[in-house]
Write a protein that binds this ligand. Structure first.
Ligand SMILES: *Cc1c(COP(=O)(O)O)cnc(C)c1O
Length: 406
């Protein structure tokens, strides 16, 4: 089956559900058994990890199991587990794989709440963290310690967009007996296949492109066969579970994820290229642009790009930035991404992003390019940049299109 067909077919079984095209929303806590024999059988099946068997709502329903199956197959892993948020999937994975006295290597480009969890919570349980430069590749060898158990990767970083050499990092990690955990939210299960590149656990903030409509929070962790028993056990021990409504929305999102992502990717690249030609712009950070430092790695390992990238303005004046952002009509100011709508959010790169890593001086903004017509989006950016410029030099002649509008 080709990818588009898999997106339409996985996690659906109409014959099982009265012919319904979609797997219905199963709500429930108690799951009754009709006899002692069935009760015992279910307990045995759960102990033997038979897929799709549940004895309690917390352990899943047909709705949540359908989504887990679909994502596991799309990512190319053994099995998946659902969580109430992407962050819950990340912290449960790290808790499962790390013990007191262990060391974890984390890319400094990782989603900042991930780094905060390690620094603020797991540190209290005796887990030591070292941040590394995402461009390190096989050079990660020199940071490995005898007690390094996890190498955490995120490619590209979802603000600063460095691409990581995942196969090179995974080869070193495995040689030292460490597992590789990846945040694959940008790549989605379509554009990056983590298990073909040496990843042991791949985490998705399904909140983003899988749900795809900014109307639910959900996380998924997909595991290799080797880490699955431990991940399943700890997830259960920690009481992690996800609601059936959210799983239903994610299953519905999957059906259109292929076409949505193609459009996000195409429009995103057009907007990125257009921004590169603007004099107000210092840099555009998008791995599909040929002059991006990670472009060759991206081309080697990824089969596409989503609609998320960053731009650095030449100005760093808060008044300029406000004049630009406040005048945007189609780019909403807010965090998250992966929905149908365009977004903008200012950010300050972390302390590691200095010197050669971050030579730019202007304000950085992350853009999510949504499914609006790309010409409308470009016109919107153009008029907001013009508002910014007009604020700075009131004596200057207005931009030609504004003169026409007047
Ligand atoms: C949003 C996000 C997360 C966290 O997902 P939530 O569902 O918001 O908890 C993790 N990683 C990345 C890269 C994200 O963008």
């Amino acid at each position: 089956m080709k990818e588009s067909t898999r997106l339409v077919s996985l996690g659906r079984d109409p014959e099982r559900f009265g012919g319904m095209v979609n797997t219905p929303v199963f709500r429930g806590s108690t799951i009754l058994s009709s006899s002692m024999a069935e009760w015992e059988q279910k307990k045995t099946d759960r102990a033997n990890d038979v897929a799709g068997v549940s004895t309690y709502g917390r352990f899943g329903t047909p709705t949540t199991h359908a989504l887990e199956d679909a994502v596991a197959q799309l990512e190319g892993g053994h099995r998946s587990l659902l969580f109430p948020s992407g962050l819950a999937a990340i912290v449960t994975t790290l808790t499962a794989l790390l013990s007191a006295g262990d060391h974890v290597l984390v890319t400094d480009s990782a989603y900042s709440p991930t780094r905060t969890f390690l620094a603020r919570v797991l540190s209290r349980y005796g887990v030591e963290m070292t941040l590394y430069d995402p461009r390190i590749g096989a050079g990660i060898e020199k940071l490995m310690r005898p007690n390094t158990r996890v190498v955490y990767v995120e490619s590209p970083g979802s603000e600063t967009f460095e691409i990581q050499d995942i196969p090179a990092i995974a080869a070193v990690a495995h040689r030292h007996g460490a597992r590789v955990v990846m945040d694959n939210t940008w790549g989605t299960p379509l554009f990056f296949k983590p298990f073909q590149h040496g990843v042991d656990v791949s985490v998705q903030a399904a909140t983003k492109y899988i749900v795809g409509h900014s109307d639910a929070m959900l996380g998924v962790a997909t595991c290799s066969r080797e880490v699955w028993p431990l991940m399943r056990q700890v997830t259960q021990d920690m009481g992690q579970t996800a609601g059936p409504e959210e799983a239903y929305l994610a299953l519905r999102g999957l059906r259109t994820m292929g076409v949505r992502l193609r459009q996000h990717g195409q429009s995103g690249l057009r907007v990125a290229q257009w921004l590169q030609g603007r004099e107000e712009v210092e840099a555009v950070l998008h791995p599909a642009l040929p002059d991006h430092p990670g472009h060759a790695l991206w081309k080697r390992d990824f089969t596409g790009a989503c609609g998320l990238f960053s731009v650095v303005l030449k100005t760093s004046s808060p008044e300029d930035v406000a004049a630009f952002v406040d005048n945007l009509k189609f780019f909403g100011l807010g965090v998250s991404w992966g929905g149908f709508e365009s977004l903008v959010v200012p950010f300050t790169p972390g302390a590691a992003h200095t010197g050669a890593r971050w030579p730019w001086r202007g304000q950085a903004l992350r853009l999510h390019v949504g499914l609006e017509d790309v010409d409308d989006l470009i016109d919107d950016l153009a008029q907001a940049l013009a508002c910014m410029t007009r604020r700075r030099s009131p004596g200057r002649l207005p931009e030609p299109d504004l003169a026409r509008a007047a």
